[in-house]
Design a protein around this ligand. Structure first.
Ligand code: SF4
Ligand code: SF4
Length: 145
């Protein structure tokens, strides 16, 4: 039996109630943790660094956040292995990052936006932050003239 057959078998088993998905995960109908990735980035310091972040957050599905572990790109993108019913299609060979993710206190309990010190979903939010951080933020391009 190939991996695809195994996945279909698993989906059917879950649908039939033969395989239990953890209680909290079974209530998490959108399988939140499988719908985005977080990529750590160097701590931004200069106006140029933040100007670059403003460009990045101007793109669809790209957010930026800072928490106790540093600065991250938050990229909203569904994992292609997520099957109906919240089943992982590659459960037996899923990556380490998925194996190590615990649902003890996860995105179902508190969103990344709420858990972060800063969360920027729009460039204007970042510009507002930068105006407080840098006196001449809105005149930063004069550096290049
Ligand atoms: S670990 Fe948390 S976010 Fe992921 S599916 Fe389970 S309840 Fe949802
Ligand atoms: S590989 Fe499986 S557990 Fe990991 S994000 Fe994709 S669907 Fe979720």
């Amino acid at each position: 039996m190939n991996a695809e057959d195994d996945s279909i078998k698993l989906v059917k088993a879950v649908s039939a109630g033969k395989v239990a998905i953890d209680g909290k995960c079974s209530k998490c109908t959108k399988s939140i943790c499988c719908n985005s990735i977080n990529q750590k980035i160097p701590t931004p310091k200069s106006k140029e660094d933040f100007d670059h972040l403003a460009w990045q957050v101007s793109h669809e599905n790209i957010n930026i956040f800072k928490d106790a572990d540093g600065w991250f790109l938050h990229i909203k993108a569904n994992c292609m292995h997520l099957l109906p019913g919240g089943v992982c299609g590659i459960y037996e060979t899923r990556p380490w990052v998925c194996r190590e993710y615990s649902n003890d206190f996860c995105e179902y309990d508190e969103s990344i936006a709420d858990a972060s010190e800063y969360f920027f979903a729009e460039p204007e939010q970042l510009h507002k932050y930068c105006r407080k951080r840098f006196k001449k933020w809105d005149k930063r391009f004069e550096l290049y003239e």
